[in-house]
Design a protein around this ligand. Structure first.
Ligand SMILES: C[S@@+](CC[C@H](N)C(=O)[O-])C[C@H]1O[C@@H](n2cnc3c(N)ncnc32)[C@H](O)[C@@H]1O
Length: 355
């Protein structure tokens, strides 16, 4: 490496480190402020269930957090993907403050719902029948469930805060898998579908790296799909599809790559299998499915108790059963072969090929 190249890499590393440190501090501050308002994980008066697992290994938690950012930097350094957008173009101060105020104000509503076990507010006369029953819940006790523009606007701040600034870096650990799938192929010939695209953050990262890919963003929520449309407005070739992931209505063998980021742990067991089968139907022969979701019991034994406790405090009715799922078996039943996996702090990326 020449002196000039190593000086540029050093400057980029310093920029990366300083920017991530600032982000982590920002989201950790919000996490702590939110926890103060929301109180302990178990509701007052509710005896915590006996822990099935060993106490949380806090050292391992911190170590795996640091490992994530080390891996993230090493991918950026090697050119596996670009310096992340949120570091290259951080939000303005006024935007940060607006998001901060909105998040902190909303934690009071979340806390109220949590103590009253208010997870069915979005199930009402207006919504009943328009969406599947399992979908009409206030997952995470969030305001409006998946059904309002405010919820979609707030989503990224909530997720980044929950993971103290690690969520975007965790999602990015799927990019090296996409790079491998693209090897020797023209990105413009690739059709990629993101199931449960949410506010569009993951596709934004994908398209920032490979703008030629023909991307499709699918979600059941008109509000989240609308937010994804805004997030992705700078890219051409993006198709927005409002549909159920388990019954998309799209054509057989139409995609080369399908991704699902933090979708599967929100689905009831029966719908999970239907969604995996639907993904197999939609993929071309040799296509790949990338599952990006929570780690499961046993992946990080010192953190199992965190997985056990999480759904108690954050209305996640299907999380525990997801954490116990035999992914290779489930996806084999849907027509996939497991190829590879990688842990990224509290997230696991698993690659499946259509058998
Ligand atoms: C936890 S969010 C994940 C969003 C995004 N993928 C991310 O990386 O943060 C789950 C998303 O899946 C959507 N969703 C949940 N069930 C769905 C289903 N059956 N079909 C389509 N979308 C669904 C929700 O509307 C929401 O936008």
């Amino acid at each position: 490496m020449s002196l000039a190249t190593s000086a540029t890499t050093g400057a980029k590393h310093a920029f990366y480190g300083a920017s991530q440190l600032a982000r982590v501090a920002w989201f950790t501050g919000h996490y702590l402020a939110g926890r103060r308002k929301m109180g302990p994980i178990a509701r007052p008066g509710e005896a915590p269930a006996a822990d099935a697992f060993a106490p949380l290994d806090r050292e391992r938690l911190k170590q795996s957090f640091r490992e994530l950012f080390r891996a993230d930097w090493s991918h950026i350094k090697s050119g596996a993907y670009k310096m992340p957008l949120e570091l290259r173009r951080p939000p303005s101060l006024s935007r940060l403050l607006t998001r901060s105020r909105d998040y902190l104000r909303d934690t009071e509503n979340v806390a109220r719902r949590k103590y009253a076990n208010g997870h069915s507010e979005v199930m009402n006369e207006e919504t009943a029948g328009k969406y599947p029953r399992y979908y009409l819940q206030n997952f995470h006790f969030q305001t409006d469930g998946w059904l309002s523009a405010q919820s979609a606007d707030r989503y990224d701040m909530q997720v980044e805060t929950l993971f103290t600034g690690a969520a975007a870096a965790m999602r990015r650990q799927a990019l090296p898998f996409i790079r491998r799938a693209l090897a020797g192929r023209d990105p413009a010939s690739i059709e990629l579908l993101d199931l449960g695209c949410g506010a569009g953050g993951f596709l934004e990262t994908v398209l920032d790296n490979w703008p030629g890919i023909k991307a499709s963003a699918l979600d059941l929520s008109p509000a989240y799909l609308g937010k994804a449309q805004t997030t992705l407005s700078k890219f051409r070739h993006v198709r927005f599809i409002r549909a159920k992931a388990e019954a998309s209505g799209l054509g057989d063998a139409s995609f080369d790559i399908i991704t699902a980021v933090y979708l599967f742990h929100e689905l009831p067991p029966k719908i999970r299998l239907e969604t995996a089968r639907e993904a197999a139907r939609l993929l071309k022969p040799g296509g790949i499915f990338l599952l990006v979701d929570t780690i499961q019991y046993g992946d990080e034994p010192g953190l199992d108790t965190l997985l056990e406790n999480f759904p108690r405090g954050f209305h996640e009715p299907y999380y525990d059963s997801y954490c116990r799922l035999d992914l290779a078996g489930e996806f084999a039943a849907a027509g996939f072969e497991k190829r590879d996996e990688r842990l990224a702090f509290l997230t696991k990326v698993t690659a499946f090929a259509k058998a």
